[in-house]
Design a protein around this ligand. Structure first.
Ligand code: ZN
Length: 445
């Protein structure tokens, strides 16, 4: 069978959910070996026509960008390429200003955009395409992120890390020869991010059960399964074995689709991501570069998995509970301090108990439902030792120091992450019963 046709995947191939889930309009996706030369045909099959602008950086230009440009030209497209980021090839962060700069270089506007890169490049180009309401196609260069198909562009906007809107891709192409040849850090970061789905789905079902947040069990289960498949393949990912690399890439595409299906980033992002966002913002303020997203998330995932484990093992919902009056006063103080430090808008982070009575009522409801709730959350969590073992075998960091975060900063982040978004997570659950600081020594390593 033709290599391009046989590598073509639909939403249903990647994400087998059936009922009760809203449909997602996504162009064809291709995951296969040596399919980059067919990128022109793939764009044609997606109905893309006219003039294209291809966004890349100097590294992805070598890896795939030049080939994409010449293949598109050979297929009859008028193509312009725009180089984004430092000329010396050093790393940079996705920033909404770069999307606007890219648009300023497009005169006239193209009929569609093509990103050639991993998370940073994809986010910059897809946000630019969104701003001018043009389609975009993604040529992936690493299995590091879910950005190719996700429903947000995660970017620094001002000094704050935001989830900006975007369109679904008109076409995604992942040539596994390119993906397997990506820098090893990017592949391992992708592995770090993939295993975060255990805690993100745990947080999601908890927020649903305790706060009635919208939740699709089918989406959560399929998301969990794609992460579960990779849990035992740590060595294979590290060795970049073809089968494991394909699974990793397909898992990233599936995850982006999950976010569209859920109409939320919930399946992909829980407290472990809030921690990573705080570290990104810290780096922006200090004019440094943060560690790779997936590496930070691996550390965040370990922390949240440990926190869940302590909550359950020590019966935090029942034993050693902080008196309600003290807890309510402390929560108010900590919230103010964290919001001031983050520069966050208190209206956006409404998460708070309105009164001592409300906090007390919340605790009572948790105590009542915890035996059932722990089983529902436990469906998604894997034991800490298993998670840590997989990360270590893959070569992912599991401690804050390994992503350049000292213990004092890690402890502070732990509290700030709770107030970065209105999203309810294990951080909030724990903090309602005992100060998070009481768990820091064991959780933040
Ligand atoms: Zn992520």
């Amino acid at each position: 069978m033709d290599a391009l046709k046989s590598s073509r995947l639909s939403v249903a191939d990647l994400f087998p959910v059936r009922s009760g889930v809203r449909p997602v309009e996504m162009g064809p996706m291709y995951v296969g070996w040596n399919i980059l030369p067919r990128v022109g045909e793939a764009c044609q099959a997606a109905g893309l026509a006219g003039r294209a602008v291809v966004g890349m950086d100097v590294n992805t230009q070598k890896a795939a960008g030049d080939a994409v440009v010449s293949c598109l030209q050979a297929a009859g497209y008028a193509v312009r390429s725009i180089l984004i980021g430092p000329a010396d090839g050093s790393r940079f962060l996705s920033n909404s200003n770069l999307s606007r700069w890219m648009l300023s270089q497009c005169d006239p506007l193209p009929d569609f955009f093509v990103s050639v890169g991993a998370g940073t490049l994809t986010d910059i180009v897809k946000y630019a395409a969104y701003l001018v309401e043009k389609p975009f196609a993604a040529v992936a260069t690493a299995a590091s992120v879910d950005a190719y198909t996700s429903n947000i562009a995660a970017m620094v906007d001002g000094e704050v890390k935001k989830s900006l809107p975007c369109r679904a891709p008109a076409m995604v192409l992942a040539d596994m020869d390119v993906i397997a040849g990506a820098p090893p850090d990017l592949t391992l970061a992708g592995y770090g991010d993939t295993l975060a789905k255990f805690t993100s789905c745990g947080d999601w079902v908890m927020a649903h059960e305790l706060w009635g947040e919208a939740y699709q069990r089918e989406v959560a289960v399929a998301t969990f399964q794609s992460a579960r498949e990779l849990l035992d393949r740590a060595e294979a990912v590290r060795a970049r074995e073809p089968k494991a690399m394909e699974l990793l890439m397909r898992g990233q595409l599936a995850l982006g689709i999950a976010m569209w299906l859920a109409d939320s980033s919930r399946p992909a992002s829980g407290a472990e991501h809030l921690v990573s966002h705080c570290w990104d913002m810290l780096a922006v303020r200090e004019h440094t570069l943060p560690a790779y997203h997936g590496y930070q998330v691996a550390v965040g995932t370990m922390q949240m998995a440990r926190l869940y484990e302590i909550f359950d093992r020590e019966h935090v919902w029942r034993d050693g509970v902080e008196p309600v009056r003290e807890a309510f006063a402390r929560l108010g103080r900590e919230r103010q301090t964290a919001l001031a430090r983050l520069g966050a808008d208190p209206a956006e982070v409404g998460k708070n108990w309105e009164s001592e009575a409300a906090l007390s009522h919340f605790r009572q409801s948790v105590s009542l439902v915890w035996p059932q709730l722990r089983d529902k959350i436990g469906e998604f969590l894997v034991p800490v030792y298993e998670l840590e073992g997989a990360y270590r075998r893959a070569g992912c960091p599991v401690e804050a120091a390994a992503v350049g975060i000292d213990p004092a900063t890690a402890e502070r982040t732990f509290l700030d992450a709770r107030y970065l978004r209105s999203r309810f997570t294990i951080l909030d659950l724990f903090d309602a019963f005992r100060p998070l600081s009481s768990a820091v020594a064991e959780v933040v390593r």
